[in-house]
Design a protein. Structure first.
Length: 406
């Protein structure tokens, strides 16, 4: 994979690696600021979590329109600087004794908006930075950043919170945006197709590309269903291990670490596996492996539970890399941003519904029946993709331009 991290893509990749690592620290530190420093209630914690996700649902489609009209390089620079200021305000307010939960709400919303813009821009620029034949490897490298950060970040965050206290641990994330800003500034942005006149811009253009193509339609449907089921499973796994199986907190930590390590390995495997079996079967195999985690949990056996996490981590990479590559490669060049933003709106929307529904179903039915429903949900997402042309897709098809002209 190292040989694809070169040229202009290397600058983007390095900036993403540093900023993703910092963001992983804040993912742990910001809730700890609310709980430990501000003694937030359960309602306040729920509001903080919801506000961090809300921008993706409220502004997702708009973000795609903006990204397709603006300079991607400038978007990444200004969103990095904005997040630097917002996150830096937390330790500054704590040092002055002015920190309040309302400030955390504002920081959560505004950083959510800026992250939405940055992530959409960074995914949109990848097809312009690497040749089409290297797109799969480039997405594997980009996903490696996220998996490394999510695996190592929480442990580093715990140590930093212990040493510096939660508000000042966020300084690490703020500092990471300095590096990301510099790499974005040094990036030479390739020429892009001219943006459509404002009178011809449609907010739903990205959705029309996704649902108007015979390959992308089952892909986004399958991914949204799987995302909803996966978001339901996430919070229930800890409850199931502790309350039903009486496992120790140390085992829970080992479980999460196993998943992260497997996901990192999966990013190296995804490209060669797609080349061997085809891009469609790679996506199907990844979704299938991820769904096995629920089955492994029900055995109650420690080796099986850990093996389930290995399957889930590998599966996430095996379905994540081909789906990113497909939508980037098949979107009309002038609509890549809108397609990426529409995808994020649908998938993150599914995660929001799943996370909210998990607690309701677990309370009404119990944890075990809910986990069965979750596993069935992931398998239904797999079924949608299996019964579609994705099953026989071996290589990247031609760009679906006709939909953009409607």
């Amino acid at each position: 994979m190292a040989w694809v991290v070169r040229g202009e893509f290397r600058k983007l990749w390095l900036g993403q690696l540093v900023s993703a690592s910092g963001s992983a620290v804040t993912t742990v530190a910001l809730p700890l600021v609310a709980v430990v420093t501000l003694h937030a209630s359960a309602v306040e914690m729920g509001a903080l979590s919801a506000l961090s996700i809300a921008p993706h649902l409220v502004f997702g489609l708009l973000a795609g329109v903006w990204i397709d009209r603006w300079s991607l390089r400038r978007v990444m620079i200004w969103t990095d600087l904005g997040r630097l200021v917002l996150l830096g305000s937390v330790p500054a307010a704590a040092a002055l004794g002015w920190l309040r939960i309302e400030q955390l709400y504002v920081v959560a919303v505004l950083t959510g908006v800026l992250t939405l813009l940055f992530d959409t821009a960074s995914q949109t620029i990848i097809p312009a930075l690497v040749p089409r034949e290297d797109l799969m490897r480039a997405n594997s490298a980009a996903l490696l950043n996220l998996n490394l950060a999510s695996t190592l970040g929480p442990s580093a965050a715990g140590l930093l919170v212990q040493v510096l206290t939660a508000p000042f641990a966020i300084l690490v994330d703020a500092a990471s945006y300095v590096v990301s800003t510099v790499t974005a500034y040094l990036l030479r942005e390739p020429a892009r197709p001219p943006a459509q006149p404002r009178s011809e811009v449609r907010l739903t253009a990205g959705l029309r590309v996704l649902f108007g193509d015979r390959m992308l339609r089952p892909l986004v449907t399958s991914a949204a269903i799987a995302a909803m089921a996966g978001a339901m499973q996430g919070p229930l796994v800890v409850l199931f291990l502790i309350r039903e199986l009486h496992k120790s907190p140390a085992f829970v930590g080992l479980n999460l670490t196993t998943f992260g390590a497997a996901a990192v390995v999966g990013t190296f495997v995804a490209g060669p596996w797609c080349a061997r079996v085809g891009i469609g079967p790679c996506y199907l195999s990844g979704t299938f492996l991820a769904s096995l985690n629920g089955v492994a949990l029900f055995t109650g056996l420690t080796p099986a539970i850990l093996l389930g996490q290995v399957f889930a981590g590998l599966g996430m990479a095996l379905f994540g890399v081909p789906q990113r590559t497909l939508r980037q490669a098949m979107a009309p060049p002038h609509l890549v941003g809108q397609v990426s933003a529409s995808w994020r709106t649908l998938v993150i929307g599914g995660q929001t519904v799943g996370a909210a529904g998990a607690g309701v179903l677990a309370t009404a039915l119990g944890i075990r029946p809910t986990l069965l429903i979750v596993t069935a949900g992931m398998l239904s997402g797999l079924l949608v993709a299996t019964l579609s042309p994705l099953r026989g897709l071996r290589v990247l098809p031609e760009v679906a331009r006709s939909i953009a002209q409607d």
